[in-house]
Design a binder for this molecule. Structure first.
Ligand code: GTP
Ligand code: MG
Length: 372
């Protein structure tokens, strides 16, 4: 008997929309129904907060670093193969980079056409943060900072190709705001199914996940994508990934939760103070040698305050800090902001940089492209 194809579930959406939080919920939901899951994380560079978070939940995960799924299509297939050998997942949950678009043409359709014997492709979901979406779709009265036109272009193209638009963070918006956003989405992606959820609170998920389990991808044709605008939009975003060892074994114990919150606030103040819009600033602090014990904090716009989504239960002596920052700013500015913020908040704690890189994403060059 040939093996049953794994169901490929891609959950995209802009930086900070709540993809990882949703994928963790989906993993829980599918597992509770007796299905095996495997996760694939993705970024332009290594040292991923998302992978650390997924590992902390004891889920099988493969990380594709160094380019998005569309440009590293073969790596995606290899990652799926490795997961298949290790855990034989029924469901592959894949999170593309939040600055990527054109994923139906460059990932879903090539997977279905070339590897249809190995994968059943579920409809492509695009998760949106409603406050960000209201602003970018130009709904009157929407507040908050915005991005340059070509970054917003990527955002709108992501929505346009969605088969399912998932309005996340419904706990943060009023019924009127949700209605206004539904109106804007009806114009931006006519024909897409729209779900309203709160991944954090676990509400509204059943309809969405049942669709992902039952339906097959059947994308609509969309407007042609301008790769020059797309590349320019990506290159306007500064990217920083860093891994730092903080403290010393047997040294004084310190409060990791407070340290992480103070650090993110100091970085936010520096970047926002220069007038740059943060797309997502996320960080984890894990107890060295223990992937399961970590604190995680995020903020998804310059006007937000840092929130802890995971907390350390005890003070620690030595920890591994991962910082992933994406903002519309020169990456060199981000590097200075992070370095100076760390110097300010660490006090007398020893700090050793294990890995640090900052850059602008390169032009996307998809391995395959099959327009719907
Ligand atoms: N209030 C609220 N916050 C949420 C919800 N879902 C996610 N968040 C928060 O939004 C932030 C970003 O969530 P992630 O899941 O990391 O977003 P992402 O889309 O994976 O981000 P990138 O991988 O950086 O593109 C975190 O602080 C989450 O806790 C929600 O339903 N409600
Ligand atoms: Mg994520």
């Amino acid at each position: 008997m040939p093996p049953t194809p794994a169901r490929y579930v891609m959950i995209g959406g802009f930086l900070g929309a709540g993809k990882t939080t949703s994928i963790l919920r989906a993993a829980e939901w599918f597992t509770a129904r007796g299905l095996r899951v495997g996760l694939v994380t993705n970024d332009q560079a290594g040292g991923l907060v998302d992978t650390a978070l997924v590992r902390a939940h004891a889920l099988p995960v493969e990380e594709i670093a160094g380019g998005c799924f569309c440009c590293r299509f073969n790596s995606l297939v290899e990652a799926a193969d490795r997961l298949s050998q290790d855990t034989a997942p029924d469901i592959l949950l894949a999170e593309p980079v939040g600055s990527c678009t054109d994923l139906v043409a460059t990932v879903s359709l090539p997977l279905a056409r070339i590897y249809g014997d190995r994968f059943t492709v579920a409809p492509v979901s695009v998760v949106v943060d409603p406050l960000r979406a209201l602003r970018i779709l130009g709904v009157p009265g929407a507040a908050g900072g915005s991005f340059s036109p070509n970054v917003s272009y990527i955002y709108r193209k992501q929505i346009e190709e969605a088969e399912i638009v998932v309005i996340n963070k419904c706990d943060l918006v009023t019924a009127e705001q949700r209605e206004a956003l539904r109106g804007a989405l009806a114009v931006a992606c006519p024909g897409a199914r729209v779900c309203e959820i709160s991944a954090r609170e676990g509400t509204g998920l059943d309809d969405w996940f049942e669709t992902l389990l039952a339906d097959r991808s059947s994308p609509r044709p969309i407007g042609e994508i301008d790769y020059d605008r797309y590349a320019d939009g990506e290159a306007l975003l500064g990217w920083l990934n860093a891994e730092i060892r903080l403290g010393e074994p047997g040294g004084r114990e310190w409060d990791g939760n407070a340290m992480l919150t103070r650090l993110l606030e100091a970085i936010r103040a520096a970047v926002a103070g220069l007038g740059h819009e943060i797309a997502h600033l996320k960080a984890t602090l894990s107890v060295e040698g223990d992937d399961y014990e970590l604190a995680a904090a995020n903020l998804v716009r310059s006007a937000a305050i840092a929130e802890l989504s995971h907390r350390l239960t005890d003070p620690l002596d030595v920890g591994r800090l991962l910082i992933n920052l994406r903002a519309e700013a020169d990456p060199a500015i981000l590097e200075v902001a992070v370095r100076e913020a760390l110097e300010t908040v660490r006090g007398d704690l020893a700090a050793g940089v294990i890995h640090s890189e900052h850059f602008r994403p390169g032009r996307p060059v998809p391995t395959h492209r099959i327009p719907a």
